[in-house]
Write a protein that binds this ligand. Structure first.
Ligand code: PLP
Length: 335
């Protein structure tokens, strides 16, 4: 079976504006699927009130937001209370630097990489400097541009508190084997693990419990959705971190790490991406009974197949022309 690309294209009305125009601006985000735009418009036209009160439009607004929280929690195989939907990944990590970093003491250590986007690097480094925490840098190999697990071992100590790295390189696209890295970290230290998946999530939505991470962040505006950042924080450590919410929201798991408070309409629109995935699944697989992650896996296999076809010419070219080139690979599901 192949991805029905005409069907996919029909779900993104913006593509009709100029059929000759090729949009390939990953950093700027993806086009927004029609389903997300529809939810956003419906929210703004009919339920643009403070959500979660008893009057009709407010109750509906709350339900629309709950649908997004629950849908994404199911997709990521996490508890709904472990999900923060904030303004962007940069803001989410900035907030977490306060929530996590508040607990750091002089003598503690963290590990960051030189493969990461600034959003998963600068915030932790600045907080570490402020708190007298030692920063160790896990560096990409000079020739391959890859992070090698062997070179992570010597950086881990008993007092390593957190390790921050990315799910895939946003330069060469190689996927880091997250479960293996997490296992290495947990066997070599008591450190917690935070992964930036902004570059990876557009290619694959992961089962976060299977990855074994403690924190995970990506941006939905690169996954066909509104400009929001989704962030998982392991419920086991939630209570140890300092709430960054207004005091009257403290202890509310969806607000503790989102001092701006949820952007109601945008949060609701996050459910539209799930509606799109559901439709894509229905179109290709009918009602085969699969749900949650299994459903997403089936869709992503089709998308991956299509991506591999698109990327093959450039990879072939690079392999032929870059003597001794590293083993280029596009992101694979299940990693
Ligand atoms: C790999 C990676 N991490 C983090 C970010 C920051 O995400 P946001 O724009 O949601 O702050 C980006 C943005 O392009 C990115 O490419």
């Amino acid at each position: 079976m192949k991805l029905d690309i005409d069907f996919v294209r029909s779900q993104f009305t913006q593509l009709d504006d100029d059929p000759e125009f090729v949009f390939a601006s990953n950093a700027g985000g993806s086009y927004v699927c029609n389903q997300a735009n529809e939810v956003l418009e419906h929210y703004n036209r009919h339920t643009r009130v403070q959500p979660y009160s008893r009057f009709k439009s407010s109750a509906e607004a709350g339900k629309a937001m709950d649908r997004a929280y629950q849908g994404w929690a199911d997709a990521l195989n996490i508890d709904r209370n472990e999900l923060t939907i904030g303004p962007s990944t940069s803001i989410n990590t900035y907030v977490m630097a306060q929530a996590i970093g508040d607990l750091w003491m002089p003598g503690d250590e963290i590990v960051v990489t030189n493969q990461d986007h600034e959003a998963n690097s600068g915030v932790w480094r600045r907080k570490a400097h402020e708190k007298g925490v030692t920063i160790r840098q896990w560096e990409v190999e000079r020739d391959s541009g890859l992070l090698d697990i062997e070179s992570l071992f010597p950086l881990l100590r008993d007092n390593t508190r957190w390790v921050f790295f990315s799910h895939c390189s946003n330069v060469v696209g190689t996927v880091n084997p997250v479960p293996e890295i997490v296992k290495t970290i947990k066997s070599g230290s008591g450190a917690r693990v935070f992964v930036d998946a902004v570059a990876y999530a557009p290619h694959h939505i992961s089962d976060l419990k299977a990855l074994g991470v403690d924190g995970y962040a990506f941006s939905l505006y690169k996954v066909y959705g509104p400009h929001q950042g989704l962030m998982y924080i392991n419920g086991d450590i939630h209570g140890d971190l300092t709430s960054q919410a207004h005091y009257f929201n403290s202890g509310n798991p969806t607000k503790d790490f989102n001092p701006a408070g949820p952007q109601h309409a945008q949060v609701a629109a996050c459910a539209g991406v799930m509606d799109y995935f559901d439709l894509l699944h229905q179109h290709h697989f009918g009602d085969n009974g699969n749900k949650g992650q299994a459903r997403l896996e089936e869709i992503y296999q089709l998308i991956l197949q299509h991506e591999n076809e698109l990327v093959a010419p450039i990879l072939d070219f690079l392999q032929q022309h870059a003597g001794g080139a590293p083993a280029w690979q596009v992101p694979r599901p299940g990693q």
